[in-house]
Design a protein around this ligand. Structure first.
Ligand code: IPE
Ligand code: MG
Length: 271
């Protein structure tokens, strides 16, 4: 066996060992309550690129996509039913056009790859849904997102909701407009809109409210992300940049959720 083969054998063994360790950790974690919906505010891609002296405009975002793959795999293994990802905010469209284009191109590349995986049956039953003002996306990206939703429509595994061109302010305006059309239509008599009418028309009505929100990048704010839906959610922030988010950050956040169960359940009853 030459040195290269030896290194290959060793890394195979090491990966196998790490997978076993991870499964064991998740088994222990699952003894306690698991959040039924985790939202991720993915922040810090550009700082990651800067920190590692990566010159390409898309380097940090590329690293961020690798993190998405790992996090989704962990959530699947833990048995979390719903995940939302704040992928690109409505306000992010105000960034330099080159950067916006770069993120959109990268997103297209990843979506097309995921479509291929879904068609060849390698997506582990994952269901993907895009929400937000999808009309802000270019035609090719919009069509690809639509196609990915179609090819994963019947899947019953982890549901991943990708929020693009999303902000809660726009979601609320959209929901009010939609509920007016639904409820008032062309009726002559005035109608009263209830909170439930608006909630039914929110993009996020397809998922329960998040039980746990994890924000990377060291900022303690929601940045116009699901502010309507998170009044009872536990917010966990970490200084780790999104591409640095690893297994232990996720385990730590879930342990915090488990430690705070009594408090969270009391809040659910009182509010
Ligand atoms: C989040 O990382 C990813 C997107 C909004 C697309 P940023 O791009 O905000 O990176 P930082 O926070 O500037 O480091
Ligand atoms: Mg940022």
């Amino acid at each position: 066996m030459n040195t290269r083969e030896e290194v290959g054998e060793f890394s195979k063994l090491f990966n196998g060992f790490m997978t076993l360790m991870r499964r064991f950790i998740f088994k222990v974690l699952c003894v306690g309550p698991i959040p039924n919906h985790i939202s991720f505010i993915m922040d810090g891609n550009r700082r990651f690129a800067k920190k590692h002296n990566l010159q390409d405009l898309d380097a940090g975002h590329r690293a961020g996509f690798v993190s998405v793959t790992h996090v989704l795999q962990y959530c699947q293994e833990i048995g979390v039913p719903y995940v939302t990802l704040y992928a690109f905010g409505h306000d992010n469209f105000r960034r330099e056009p080159e950067e916006v284009k770069c993120v959109m191109d990268l997103m297209l590349e990843k979506i097309e790859l995921t479509i291929d995986q879904a068609i060849s049956g390698n997506l582990n039953n994952l269901k993907v849904i895009f929400i937000g003002d999808l009309n802000m996306l270019n035609e090719r990206l919009k069509a690809a997102a639509q196609r990915l939703m179609e090819v994963t429509e019947e899947n019953r595994g982890l549901m991943v909701v990708v929020c693009v061109a999303y902000s809660t302010s726009h979601e609320i305006v959209h929901a009010i407009r939609e509920s007016c059309v639904r409820k008032c239509g062309d009726r002559d008599s005035p109608q009263v809109l209830e909170v439930s009418d608006i909630e039914e028309c929110m993009y996020t009505s397809i998922v329960p409210d998040p039980a746990l929100v994890i924000r990377t990048g060291g900022r303690d704010r929601l940045s116009n992300f699901m502010t309507w839906q998170t009044s009872r959610s536990l917010l966990h922030t970490t200084a780790a940049l999104w591409p640095e988010l690893g297994l232990w950050h996720l385990v730590w956040a879930i342990l915090k959720f488990q430690r705070m169960q009594n408090y969270l359940q009391k809040k659910q009853k009182l509010d």
